[in-house]
Design a binder for this molecule. Structure first.
Ligand code: PEP
Ligand code: MN
Length: 350
């Protein structure tokens, strides 16, 4: 259910409606919008008696939200969600494109700093790097853990980049929340409901990557789990799904961008690195992602991908990243977007 407040409703009236919803044993989710505040009601198994709520001062109407996902739905919040980061010009959602770049894994201080310097110079606002890695093999590099979180925190100080890194499980979630600006929930954890709920109790933005075979509804229900706990700063990330196609590691499903935009107000990023698994495909699919209307990109960049401890074959070189920024900066105005720090024209090699 959704309570739509009148445009002129006062904060006290919003508060009174929330208290009434709590008295009924449900959870209110006040969602301020440009025109009016809406209050989502969750925790009800069936219909809420709308009569009493409709009679409260400041209430315009009470609507039934028919979709399985409620707080993630545009029915509840028509305007796009824009996530801001205090003290920076970085945003996710809105007209500025968000660009997240960095290695798959933090491997050393030198490696991380060298990459961070180059992606920051090319215009990235966010730095990514795995500290805790979800690896298919238990014998593969598992990440540097806390040391990696500390390195990324130094990178934030030095280059002004906001940090995004994955929380692999409940054990690492709080540590990641303490050191990072955005908590990443990986594709393999997209339906780890207890982890999603725990992330929902934190007050840090959460980036949820699409599961390997998740439908649009399952993807949005993962976001809904986080939001149902009161954390409304959720970012979706399409990273490719499993199909019969064997020319790429995954099939990057760009068609999910307009489909998500139609039904949800949440921002969505495209990850063309995991989405293709191939360095030579990253740039074309990054361009296509922006053209499709994504709110930004998450890209793996490595200074020595040939010796990378994870995902070397899909990691682009820093100069390719700079080229990517130039190209998406040129595409952006066509879809009414721009890069917050302008277009960085890179001289062609040779
Ligand atoms: C990653 O971003 O490095 C990662 C492991 O992503 P995913 O969960 O999409 O496989
Ligand atoms: Mn990776």
């Amino acid at each position: 259910m959704l309570v739509v407040m009148k445009a002129q409703a006062t904060p006290e009236q919003v508060q009174a409606v929330c208290e009434h919803i709590e008295l009924l044993g449900f959870r209110p989710h006040p969602l301020p919008g440009a025109q009016r505040t809406a209050i989502g009601i969750t925790g009800n198994q069936g219909e809420v008696d709308r009569g009493n709520i409709e009679a409260l001062p400041g209430v315009a109407e009470v609507i039934r939200v028919s979709k399985a996902y409620k707080l993630a739905s545009r029915d509840v919040k028509p305007e796009d969600t824009v996530i801001r980061f205090a003290g920076t010009d970085a945003t996710i959602g809105g007209s500025d494109l968000a660009v997240v770049a960095g290695p798959c894994s933090i491997e050393s201080r030198e490696q991380a700093f060298a990459i961070a310097e180059q992606v920051a110079a090319a215009g990235a606002q966010f730095f990514r790097g795995g500290a805790y890695k979800p690896r298919t093999s238990p014998y593969a590099f598992q990440g540097m853990g806390l040391d990696a979180l500390k390195i990324m925190s130094e990178i934030r100080e030095k280059f002004g980049l906001r940090i995004i890194t994955e929380a692999l499980d409940s054990d690492t979630l709080e540590l990641v929340a303490e050191w990072a600006d955005v908590i990443q929930i990986g594709a393999r954890n997209m339906q780890n409901f207890s982890l999603l709920k725990k992330a929902g109790r934190l007050r840090k933005p959460v980036l949820v990557k699409r599961g390997l075979s998740a439908t649009l509804e399952e993807f949005l229900m993962a976001a809904e789990y986080v939001m149902s706990e009161g954390n409304y700063e959720v970012i979706l990330c399409e990273r490719g799904v499993r199909t019969f196609a064997d020319h790429a590691r995954n099939t990057l499903d760009l068609s999910i961008v307009p489909a998500i935009k139609r039904v949800s107000h949440l921002p969505i990023l495209i990850d063309p690195s995991h989405g293709t698994g191939r360095r030579d495909s990253v740039l074309p699919m990054a361009r296509a992602g922006i053209a499709a209307g994504a709110d930004g990109l998450m890209v793996e960049v490595h200074n020595h991908p040939e010796t990378a401890l994870s995902d070397g074959p899909q990691s682009i070189y820093p100069n390719q990243f700079a080229e990517m920024m130039t190209e998406i900066g040129l595409i952006a105005p066509i879809v009414a977007r721009h890069l917050p720090r302008g277009i960085h024209i890179v001289a062609a090699a040779g």
